[in-house]
Design a protein around this ligand. Structure first.
Ligand code: PHE
Length: 339
């Protein structure tokens, strides 16, 4: 029978000792473990260290080094376990170095934050704020906006009616007409507000949601102003590297109409940059002359553009949130991330 290599014996002792330390449930049991392995007289690790003297000079340094390492590891583990067994509850001593708990702070809802950021960008570009009623008439919600009531757009939106011809507005575009009726150009307004649709509640739809409407009317407003203003908004909101794309679309109250997409540049934690896919952020277009005429404006003299975006969608894209419902359930553990 060959004698066991003392280094193997040491490693086995190490595993065994660490396990015993883990299992010790009170200071007395831990002290027994310490005596068993590191006790000066009969400790099993101490015994090997003591035996070094009788070892051949060739083996001594390697075994000695290993024995000292194991002794240190076990001593450290004993000390850590001792500390955790003597936690604040059992010692009655609080850890005075723990940082204090501050008062809980509330904050603005992430969608409200998005509305404010959008509004502040346009305010800096010279826009003012406008508003209109959430309960509005078919005229303002549809007909004034060049949308006959039998038009698919009127139907598509699956409107929530309150009483005959009065409904919960299905978009903020009625504020366009209400503003034009009471103001002369030049007009540059932003109108955030709630809108309502008979939609099924899911990851991307809620029956009540926010929109932010924009309208610009003046002499000589061109498609270039339209594109440049919205591209500037996108750069200010998403960052200077943001690209903008205008995809042809259709709305009864704009001609031509576009859906606006952005491509963002995201900086990863390691500093490298990544481009996103194209993300749709709004519907927009040049105001249809029929709408200007409904407002009593001279459509030969004035032109303009309008846009409508969903701040919840924009907040989702900004924060990487993939379920709209989390914004409505108002779980403070979720909302706290945005404070
Ligand atoms: N009102 C449109 C919608 O809700 C968006 C829009 C606003 C489109 C203004 C063009 C101009 O989808």
């Amino acid at each position: 029978m060959t004698e066991q290599d003392p280094k193997d014996a040491l490693r086995a002792l190490e595993v065994e000792a660490l396990d015993a330390i883990d299992r010790a449930q009170d200071p007395e049991a831990l002290e027994a473990v310490r005596i068993d392995y590191l006790g000066r007289k009969d400790g099993r690790i101490s015994a090997i260290l003591r035996g070094l003297g009788s070892m051949s000079p060739e083996r001594r340094p390697a075994v000695g080094q290993e024995a000292n390492r194991v002794k240190e590891v076990v001593a450290d583990a004993l000390q850590n376990r001792e500390r955790s067994l003597a936690g604040p509850a059992s010692s009655g001593i609080e850890d005075l170095t723990l940082p204090g708990r501050g008062p809980w702070k509330g904050g603005l809802h992430p969608v409200t934050q998005a509305v404010d950021e959008i509004w502040h960008i346009f305010r800096d570009l010279g826009f003012t704020r406008a508003r209109g009623p959430e309960a509005d008439t078919e005229w303002y919600n549809f007909e004034a906006l060049n949308t006959p009531l039998d038009h698919p757009a009127a139907d598509e939106q699956d409107t929530l009616y309150l009483v005959d011809s009065v409904l919960l507005r299905s978009h903020t575009s009625p504020v366009q007409m209400r503003t034009m009726e009471t103001h002369e150009p030049p007009i540059r307004i932003i109108a955030p507000g709630w809108v309502y649709r008979r939609d099924t509640y899911d990851a991307t739809h809620t029956p009540a949601f926010m929109q932010v409407e924009g309208l610009v009317i003046d002499e000589g407003v061109t498609f270039v102003d339209f594109k440049a203003t919205l591209a500037e908004f996108a750069r200010r909101y998403w960052g200077p590297d943001t690209q903008t794309r205008f995809r042809p679309s259709f709305f009864p109250f704009t001609e031509p109409s576009a859906e606006v997409d952005v491509k963002r540049v995201i900086t990863r934690p390691d500093g490298s940059k990544e481009e996103t896919d194209w993300l749709e952020i709004m519907g927009a277009g040049m105001v249809d002359p029929a709408v200007l005429e409904n407002a009593g404006y001279d459509a030969e003299r004035y032109t303009g553009f309008a846009f409508g975006m969903g701040p919840a969608r924009i907040a989702m894209l900004k924060h990487g949130v993939d379920d709209l419902r989390t914004f409505f359930e108002n779980d403070v553990r979720f909302l706290d991330q945005f404070v």
